[in-house]
Every structure is written in structure tokens, then in C-alpha cells.
Design a protein around this ligand. Structure first.
Ligand SMILES: CC(=O)N[C@H]1[C@@H](OP(=O)(O)OP(=O)(O)OC[C@H]2O[C@@H](n3ccc(=O)[nH]c3=O)[C@H](O)[C@@H]2O)O[C@H](CO)[C@@H](O)[C@@H]1O[C@H](C)C(=O)N[C@@H](C)C(=O)N[C@H](CCC(=O)O)C(=O)O
Ligand SMILES: Nc1ncnc2c1ncn2[C@@H]1O[C@H](COP(=O)(O)OP(=O)(O)OP(=O)(O)O)[C@@H](O)[C@H]1O
Ligand SMILES: N[C@H](CCC[C@H](N)C(=O)O)C(=O)O
Ligand SMILES: [Mg+2]
Length: 486
């Protein structure tokens, strides 16, 4: 699938091009460490380093073309230079051209929001497979093309990877792809050049202020996704979130809404919620689903709406959806032989933790204790730490604060920042145990039959990242083992 630089640059705004555009780049690389003979290297200014500093190096390594925002003072003969205003954005446009615009050849639906993206895209993926389609998925948990699972490193991959995966989906006959669109991805132009058929907004609450700095910037990043949707696409928003309206203020797409509270294109009602599932009324029909919690009622309604907007039949959609199970690590239950209920959930934001604990409290019977094991990731938004501890303290009988992925931070320093959030009245309930395995075992030692242990924050993750090293760690396995040795 070789293409000349001229073909790859078709329709792409540039400041200048110097050199031969008849060359055929072997690939597009933004990391010097991956450059090979004939690569087109994209120099980007990152949060850590300026990729422009690697230009001499990649030329030595055989790069045939350089895309940059700052043109070097001296140009090397035989290398083509493309000078642009925004490298990241241009890379998205080039990647789309390089891979033959795969997003235009299938129905691509993006999902954004603080919580619920993975749940929503996974439900859509499973639903459309059940309806008989070949489908692609790009998500935090995994990427998938039909039956083939491809490990994922980000919630939203970089623009080259996205287009490569979409092209493979098209090649294998996929008609739909459902992808998560993180706020980082919008801000870093990872979705530039993609032609979406639809976008979904789940909600927006506190997260990622380390990266976006202010809540307003965070809202703007998410809104940026809807701003770039084309006219033929739909923009489906959860109107019960107060920012739902803002998201679609400037979109060219067709605006549609879903709600559990007010008039909307897709209106649902939560009838019952239990540890076995929830019952909803949607379009006058009462349906049981296998997912738990009011937040999943929202996810299901969003999925239902999107499926109808994609032309699917109402009854078939509801029938298929009612049989679908939740994604791994989302309210995943591990029950002990003596009926202690362990729940592993990826709640890693204050809002998600509050939702999960409220759900658990609504579902528990009078004397059942709720024991929460929770931590916060290192090198991520530190302002959520005291908040998450406060919520855990208020909504649990006992709380064990422990490590999540400390990354390059000191685990005890993260825990100290969490601890200050626990209100004095809840202080007695709390214990700090840095080692996550020991924390889970301690929680199990406290539990009586029928008590509920929530292990929050890592969900499906199968590792714990400490000082740059990923060690195998799985909350579900840990709970099972702790139950066994009890
Ligand atoms: C904060 C952030 O998003 N960082 C991403 C960003 O890195 P960066 O801007 O820090 O890059 P940098 O290290 O300064 O390097 C600048 C440029 O020089 C290049 N470089 C660098 C070193 C070198 O030797 N050679 C070289 O060419 C880099 O490839 C890059 O193009 O660009 C990199 C390349 O695309 C990403 O891998 C990296 O994701 C890091 C690993 C990350 O942890 N990202 C997280 C925060 C993230 O993106 N999360 C969101 C969602 C989370 C959610 O919704 O909850 C996600 O979509 O996953
Ligand atoms: N619609 C929702 N509203 C609020 N909380 C939710 C919703 N759906 C799921 N949650 C909670 O948030 C957690 C994360 O859900 P999910 O993985 O679907 O979110 P995400 O947006 O993909 O997160 P990430 O930003 O890490 O990719 C779940 O484990 C659950 O606790
Ligand atoms: N996509 C989120 C995941 C957080 C998961 C939590 N376990 C952590 O490590 O902080 C992030 O990168 O911020
Ligand atoms: Mg996700």
C-alpha cells in the first residue's frame, strides 16, 4: 500500500514543502526510536521533550522526510521537509491519507466522557456482534477486530495506530467500529482527520486536572470532539449531565439526547436495581439487563439510542442488549465459599467511586458491612486523592487506603494525601496498608458472610506499576486467593 508523499499530502494544509514529494515513505513515525529507512518522521513538542531535537538523529537513521513546526536552520540534501503549524494535527490528516481514509469506509462511533466510555463502547461492540455484524473496538481494556484481541496501551491510541487498526478492520470486512475518545486524545489531536458517523457524551466530572489544568479546559477538550463531527453524524448526549448542552453547542452534527429524568430523544426509566441486574422501561417496554447500578442504566440507554440512530431495530436491540454481560473489572463479582461478596470495579475517579458505593449501599441489606479497599494512581491528578478517600470514608463501614499504580511517586506520600480527605468522624473506620495484597487480605479478614468488599480503582488491570516496572497484579485473583486462605 505504498503512496507518494504528494498523495499523502493531498488536501493537507502546510506552510511549505522543501524537497522531493515523489518519494514513498515506508511509514509515519513520531518516536525517533522507531524510525527506519524511508520513514516519515513527525517532530512533536511533548510534555517531556521536544521531538524536534531528534531530527538530526532520525536523518542518520534513514528517515526520508521530516514533518515539523520549526524548520531546522540547515536542511539536509535528499530529505524532504514539510513545515506545518501543528505537527500532531497534521499527523492525523497524513495518517488518514496514508491508510486510505479507513474511517470513511465503516461507521465509526466515538464515546467521550469522564466515566462510562469503556462500558459504552464494549456494550456497543457486543451488541453489534450479536446483531450479526463484523465489528471493531478501541478501548482502555483492549482493542479488538472481530474475534482477535489486540492489547491496548492507551484509552485512545495515537492517530497512526488508530488509522492502521481501522484499515485492518476495513480489510477484514468490519462495518462498524466503536472507540473511546479520551480528553487527552482530543487535546493531542489523536483523532484529527477521522470521519465519525456519531459521537456519544456520557458525563463529565473531576479528573485529569494534572494535564488540563482547569475544569474549563477539560470541558473544552471534550467539547472539541463534538466540534469536529461532520454534518451527517449524530451527536448523542446525556442531557441529565449539566454539561450535556454545552458539548453540542457548536457541533454541525444532528443533536440527539438521552435521559432518565426529562424529555429526550431516548427516554428511559429505572424500575429496579439489584445485585443480579437492573430493570428499565425504554420506549414503553420493560426490560431486564445483566448490568448493575444506575450509572449502567445510563450506559444502556446511550447504547440503545446510538444503535437506533445507526438504523437498528428497537426490539432486536433490546432483546440482544438484555443478554449482554458487563466488561471485565466493571462491578465484577468474586464471591467466597461463605458468601462474602467481593466487587472489583475500575472506579478511579471521585464520581465513579461515589456511584459505585451508592449503588452498593442501595443494594445492601441492613447489617451487611461495606469494606472498601481503594488507592489513587501516581503521576496522575493529585486533587482527586483526598476526595476519593472522603467518599470511601462516608459511604463505607470500613476503609483500607492502599496503593493503586504508584508509578514514579512515593506510595506513602500518595496515601498521606488521601488520608487528609477522611473526615474526623470517619477516621476510626480507616486503616492505611501500603501493600495492596495485604490490604485486600486485611479486608477479607474483617468480613463476615454476606458482607461486601469493594476493591476499587484497578478493575481489569493485570499489573501494578511501581517505579517504571509493571508487576503482575490482578484484584480478582487477589480476592480469590484471600478467600481461599481465609
Ligand atoms: C501526557 C500524555 O498524554 N503523554 C503522551 C504524549 O507524551 P508526551 O507529550 O509526554 O511526549 P514526550 O515524551 O514529551 O515526547 C515528545 C515527542 O518526542 C518523541 N520522542 C521522545 C523521546 C525520544 O527518545 N524520541 C522521540 O522521538 C515522542 O514520541 C513524542 O512524539 O504522547 C505520547 C506519544 O503519543 C504518549 O505515549 C504519551 O502518553 C503517556 C504514556 C500517557 O500516560 N498518557 C496518558 C495520560 C493518556 O493518554 N491517557 C488517556 C486517557 C486517560 C483517561 O481517559 O482516563 C488515554 O487516551 O490513554
Ligand atoms: N455512566 C457512568 N457514569 C458514572 N460512572 C460510571 C459510568 N459507567 C461506569 N461508571 C463507573 O466508572 C468506572 C469506569 O468505567 P469505564 O471504564 O466504563 O469508564 P471510562 O470512561 O472508560 O474510564 P477511563 O477514562 O479510564 O477510560 C466503572 O468501573 C464504574 O465504577
Ligand atoms: N485512564 C486512567 C486510568 C487510571 C487507572 C488507575 N488504576 C490509575 O492507575 O491511576 C488514567 O490513565 O488516568
Ligand atoms: Mg476507558
Amino acid at each position: 500500500m505504498s503512496k507518494t508523499l504528494q498523495e499523502i499530502l493531498a488536501g493537507v494544509p502546510v506552510i511549505s514543502v522543501t524537497g522531493n514529494t515523489g518519494i514513498e515513505p515506508t511509514g509515519i513515525e513520531f518516536d525517533s526510536r522507531r524510525v527506519g529507512a524511508g520513514s516519515l518522521f513527525v517532530a512533536q513538542k511533548g510534555t517531556q521533550v521536544d521531538g524536534h531535537q531528534f531530527i538530526p538523529k532520525v536523518i542518520e537513521m534513514g528517515a526520508s522526510a521530516i514533518l515539523c513546526e520549526d524548520l531546522p536552520a540547515e536542511l539536509t540534501d535528499g530529505v524532504t521537509y514539510i513545515h506545518v503549524a501543528d505537527s500532531a494535527r497534521t499527523m492525523g490528516l497524513l495518517a488518514a491519507n496514508f491508510y486510505d481514509n479507513p474511517s470513511a469506509k465503516l461507521k465509526l462511533v466515538g464515546v467521550t466522557g469522564t466515566n462510562g466510555k469503556t462500558s459504552t463502547v464494549t456494550l456497543l461492540f457486543k451488541l453489534f456482534r450479536q446483531l450479526g455484524y463484523r465489528v471493531g473496538l478501541l478501548s482502555t481494556v483492549q482493542n479488538q477486530i472481530d474475534d482477535d484481541v489486540i492489547p491496548s496501551t492507551h484509552t485512545t491510541p495515537d492517530s497512526v495506530k488508530i488509522n492502521e487498526l481501522l484499515a485492518e478492520m476495513v480489510r477484514r470486512g468490519c462495518t462498524h467500529c466503536f472507540m473511546e475518545v479520551s480528553s487527552h486524545a482530543v487535546a493531542q489531536e489523536r483523532i484529527a482527520g477521522l470521519l465519525f458517523s456519531g459521537g456519544i457524551f456520557t458525563n463529565i466530572t473531576h479528573d485529569h486536572l494534572d494535564f488540563h489544568k482547569t475544569f474549563d479546559n477539560y470541558i473544552k477538550a471534550k467539547k472539541g470532539f463534538f466540534d469536529q463531527l461532520p454534518k451527517h453524524a449524530f451527536a448523542l448526549v446525556n442531557i441529565d449531565d449539566r454539561r450535556g448542552g454545552v458539548m453540542v453547542q457548536n457541533t454541525a452534527a444532528r443533536k440527539e439526547t438521552y435521559s432518565l429524568q426529562t424529555i429526550a430523544t431516548f427516554k428511559g426509566k429505572l424500575l429496579a436495581d439489584s445485585l443480579f441486574g437492573l430493570q428499565m422501561e425504554i420506549d414503553g417496554k420493560e426490560v431486564w439487563f445483566k448490568l448493575i447500578g444506575k450509572f449502567n442504566a445510563y450506559n444502556l440507554l446511550g447504547v440503545y439510542g446510538a444503535a437506533l440512530l445507526l438504523g437498528e431495530d428497537e426490539e432486536q436491540v433490546l432483546m440482544a442488549l438484555s443478554a449482554i454481560t458487563p466488561p471485565p473489572g466493571r462491578f465484577e463479582q468474586v464471591v467466597s465459599a461463605d458468601a462474602i461478596v467481593g466487587i472489583v470495579d475500575y472506579a478511579h475517579t471521585p464520581d465513579a467511586l461515589q456511584n459505585v458505593l451508592e449503588t452498593i449501599n442501595e443494594l445492601r441489606e441492613g447489617d451487611q458491612q461495606v469494606i472498601t479497599v481503594v488507592g489513587c494512581g501516581g503521576n496522575r491528578d493529585a486533587t482527586k486523592r483526598p476526595e476519593m478517600a472522603r467518599i470511601a470514608g462516608e459511604l463505607s463501614t470500613r476503609v483500607i487506603l492502599t496503593s493503586d499504580n504508584p508509578r514514579n511517586e512515593e506510595p506513602m506520600a500518595i496515601l498521606a494525601q488521601m488520608e487528609v480527605g477522611i473526615s474526623p468522624v470517619d477516621y476510626k473506620k480507616m486503616k492505611v496498608i501500603e501493600d495492596r495484597r495485604a490490604a485486600i487480605r486485611y479486608a477479607v479478614s474483617l468480613a463476615q458472610p454476606h458482607d461486601i468488599i469493594l476493591v476499587a480503582g484497578k478493575g481489569h488491570e493485570t499489573y501494578q506499576e511501581i517505579k517504571g516496572v509493571k508487576h503482575h497484579f490482578d484484584d480478582r485473583e487477589e480476592l480469590k486467593e484471600a478467600f481461599d486462605v481465609r
